[in-house]
Design a protein around this ligand. Structure first.
Ligand SMILES: Cc1ncc(COP(=O)(O)O)c(C=O)c1O
Length: 424
């Protein structure tokens, strides 16, 4: 008798750590903005692996660079000079940041943020000595900075810390966009302010120009580092290389950070993180202070360069702005009581649900789900993949090169989902 092949769900259940809440679906193929499940159903993917697949699934530029670079050199160690790393760092400094500085490469967003925290502490220690105790990092409530011990300590959401005490000391969380609270929190012990110019996991909350300006003024007054976590909002997702530049554009507020972290879309799905630090502070992380075996391999750097190079040369940043406008135009025609607002920047967008009205939606209370999860599930059933952000925001994170037709298809699918949710 033929042995029955276990399903992916059965295998995962038996062998893979159960640390993720997963949707009951496995994909076997992806191309551009679409994914195909093992059963062969096609989905329009407006989750992009949570803001990772910047150019969609398996883009030709990634396939080509993976093939070409892997045939040449995959890994050699940071014991040696690496041409691909140098070229990529030059691109980050000259094209993305446009501010003189130095770049470090690692493998994830949490690792990049750990690097920023180390940078800020080391820089303050070198300058003021251990006795000064200038080692506190201020971050924001609802922030998300990763799952390492440094990342969860920095993250301003109690749920990520639960059960992992003792926390790494020296972190203070202040309400996002509350200038007075930020001023109140900063002292001589503060070595850095770290925030996301657009909070992703926390519900698509954009920092106000006043907040940027206040943080920059405190940086100058207290000689601390102003650091931006652009893991989710960077690498072109907002329609500019830098999320904070998009947010501040046209506001008259000009702020330059001292350090910035990236991951997610930075290499389009190849695992990679990085951070930039201005020349003024780069000396804090000298030889032997920081490192990563896999950080900045020739393969990772070649792939990231191919992805970022394509974003640059194929007009992808402009496409982000055009598609943002197209989405807003489509949504403006809707009138669904459960949608309170569409917010966000570029293609980092959040539909804010009206939690009161969701209570009246057929089947919602019985589902036991959060409003965002309930709607994300309905959208998935309709063939559109989206992502919850907190309890009441549904994120749209399409590939940055998404087409107008695909945006229209997503609008139609989401509209049908909302229209099918009758409110009592
Ligand atoms: C703003 C931000 N920072 C850090 C991280 C952590 O990145 P990673 O999962 O690559 O460690 C995330 C992940 O969602 C993020 O959104």
């Amino acid at each position: 008798m033929k042995e029955l092949r276990p399903t992916t769900a059965e295998l995962m259940d038996q062998y893979v750590l159960g640390n993720y809440g997963r949707f009951p679906i496995a994909f076997s193929r992806g191309a551009g903005s679409y994914l195909w499940s093992e059963e062969g159903r096609r989905y329009l993917d407006f989750s992009s692996g949570v803001a990772v697949c910047a150019l969609g699934h398996s883009p030709a530029v990634m396939q080509d660079s993976l093939r070409e670079q892997s045939a040449k050199l995959i890994h050699c160690s940071n014991l040696y000079l690496i041409r691909e790393q140098a070229e990529l760092a030059r691109f980050v400094v000259e094209t993305m940041m446009e501010i003189p500085g130095k770049v470090f490469f690692c493998n994830s967003g949490a690792e990049a943020n750990d690097g920023l925290i180390k940078l800020a502490r080391k820089r303050a220690r070198d300058k003021y000595g251990a006795a000064a105790g200038k080692n506190e990092v201020i971050t924001c409530q609802q922030s998300f900075h990763g799952r390492t011990l440094g990342g969860i300590a920095a993250t301003g959401q109690p749920k990520v810390k639960l059960g992992f005490d003792p926390m790494l000391p020296g972190f203070l969380h202040v309400p996002f966009n509350d200038v007075a609270a930020l001023r109140e929190a900063v002292t001589d012990k503060t070595c850095a302010i770290l925030f996301e110019p657009v909070q992703g996991e926390g519900g698509i909350n954009t920092a106000t120009p006043e907040y940027f300006a206040a943080a920059a003024a405190l940086r100058d007054e207290f000689d601390l580092l102003l650091m931006f976590d652009e893991v989710q909002c960077g690498s072109g997702r907002t329609g500019d290389w830098c999320g904070w530049r998009t947010v501040l554009e046209g506001t008259g507020v000009v702020v330059e950070p001292d350090a910035v972290s990236w991951a997610k879309g930075f290499a389009g799905g190849f695992p990679m993180g990085s951070f930039w630090v201005s020349d003024a502070h780069a000396g804090a992380l000298g030889p032997g202070t920081h490192g990563s075996t896999f950080g900045g391999t020739p393969l990772a750097c070649a792939v990231a360069m191919a992805v970022l190079g394509e974003i640059e040369s194929a007009g992808v940043l402009e496409n982000v702005k055009v598609m943002n406008a197209r989405i807003h135009e489509g949504v403006a025609k809707w009138d669904f009581p459960v949608i309170r607002e569409l917010r966000g920047v570029g293609l980092l967008l959040g539909f804010v649900l009206d939690t009161e009205r969701m209570n009246g939606v057929d089947g919602f209370l019985e589902s036991g789900k959060t409003p965002s999860l309930f709607v994300v599930n309905r959208a998935r059933e309709a063939g559109l993949l989206t992502v919850p952000a907190g309890d009441n925001v549904v994120r749209w994170l399409p590939p940055l090169n998404v087409s107008g037709e695909e945006v229209d298809e997503a609008l139609a699918l989401f509209e049908s989902v909302l229209a099918g949710m009758s409110v009592k």
